[in-house]
Design a protein around this ligand. Structure first.
Ligand code: DC
Length: 223
């Protein structure tokens, strides 16, 4: 069974997806991390971010894998090929590079295969931008999770402070979120948009626990 959680940057998708997966006993797949890993490889290799065929070749060549920190059921470690990039994909540099990478149709096509292969292997909570619309259009539960721009920026700053990586300047983070929303929503291939049958949840002003419970309830009802 697939629970698809889509929505803009900073809406709380990662926190919610991981908690829902833990509560339901599902695995969880962060597809944004996959685009970030491709962006990281491209920067390492000096590939121009508008060179679609070279970006596509990276996405077809490297397997992206997820791993566990001991004792934690949620896969938080990210690998591309032999390199662990768990922290390296969370920098402001990758935040900037990932939009053009994720807009490249050749990259999306290659990652679509990887995402379907992983998700079809069991019960998964899958988070991203096009999970309910393109990757798993038959998902049993589809959620479109949003929050106000300001709340999303505050949350992202707190997350970056906790992680010790990424920008902690509120105005910079807000501007970056808005820039990425615009890029994600306006790209030609698999733009960010809710599936027709998605349940919309606006988490502004709500405790994240309420959102988690609401999604778990939807999943239990869909079983
Ligand atoms: O969720 P995130 O911020 O880690 O995602 C990183 C980027 O990848 C973001 O700019 C949108 C893009 N993305 C996408 O295009 N499709 C997905 N399914 C997931 C992420």
């Amino acid at each position: 069974m697939i629970v698809a959680i889509d929505g803009p940057s900073g809406a709380g998708k990662s926190t919610v997806a991981k908690a829902v997966a833990k509560e339901l006993g599902f695995s969880c797949l962060d597809t944004g991390a996959m685009y970030r890993a491709i962006a990281w490889r491209a920067l390492q290799d000096g590939v121009a971010l508008d060179d679609e065929s070279a970006l596509g070749a990276i996405a077809r060549t490297y397997d992206i894998a997820f791993g566990h920190v001991e004792g934690d059921p949620v896969p938080r470690r990210v690998f591309i090929g032999d390199d662990e990039v768990t922290d390296a994909i969370r920098t402001a540099e990758i935040d900037r590079a990932v939009s053009p990478v994720s807009a490249a149709p050749a990259v999306r096509e290659a990652l679509l295969d990887q995402q379907r292969r992983i998700g079809n292997a069991g019960d998964y909570v899958v988070e991203g931008r096009d999970i309910g619309t393109v990757v798993f259009p038959d998902a049993a539960v589809k959620v479109f999770l949003t929050a106000s721009d300001e709340e999303r920026a505050h949350r992202r700053v707190r997350q970056n402070v906790d992680r010790g990586i990424g920008s902690i300047d509120y105005d910079e983070v807000l501007a970056d979120l808005r820039r990425r929303d615009a890029a994600d929503s306006s790209r030609a291939t698999a733009p960010l948009r809710p599936a027709d049958d998605a349940v919309h949840i606006d988490s502004t002003g709500h405790y994240i626990e309420e959102v988690i419970e609401q999604i778990c309830k939807l999943a239990r009802e869909a079983r």
